[in-house]
Design a protein around this ligand. Structure first.
Ligand code: RB5
Length: 149
């Protein structure tokens, strides 16, 4: 795997899966920063989506992987940030197509949904799939226009 610069974020409900993925990505040679949360104390996923999403959109990282209980709340939060295209994924095909057709830069996972082994496969597929451009670039440009609407 290419040594991606990856930012990780989670709430308390995604902490264990995020830690699992951090170890996996580091083993694969990626440079990984975890912006939190770092404890099992109950917290609010928008706070961590915000911190990680803003730093990713600013260019400090190449990709993000954000985890909450379902993958839904942290994806909704991240998608409010200009420059972030966050895709909640539960299947390899979703992770691949989120990159190929949507140029997603954040993979969102739900710890209550996705087992650790599948999460590794989804992360790998997400990181290793390239945006196809062409007609998909026109559509992604329209998404970017919505950020300015
Ligand atoms: C926390 O209980 C849970 O609501 C959160 O992790 C996430 O699943 C929300 O979408």
């Amino acid at each position: 795997m290419k040594p991606w610069k990856v930012v990780l974020a989670s709430d308390h409900a995604g902490l264990a899966l995020k830690r699992h993925l951090k170890a996996y990505l580091e083993k694969e040679g990626c440079a990984v920063v975890d912006v939190g949360t770092h404890t099992t104390d109950s917290c609010d996923y928008p706070d961590y989506a915000s911190e990680a999403g803003r730093r990713l959109a600013a260019g400090e990282f190449e990709r993000g992987i954000f985890v909450c209980g379902t993958g839904t709340g942290i994806a909704i939060s991240a998608n409010k940030i200009a420059g972030i295209r966050a895709a909640p994924c539960t299947h390899e095909f979703l992770a691949e197509m989120a990159r190929k057709h949507n140029d997603a830069n954040v993979l969102c996972l739900g710890e209550r949904i996705v087992a650790p082994g599948l999460a590794e496969v989804l992360a790998q597929r997400f990181l290793e799939s390239d945006f196809e451009g062409g007609r998909h670039a026109r559509r992604v440009d329209k998404i970017k226009q919505l950020e300015r609407a």
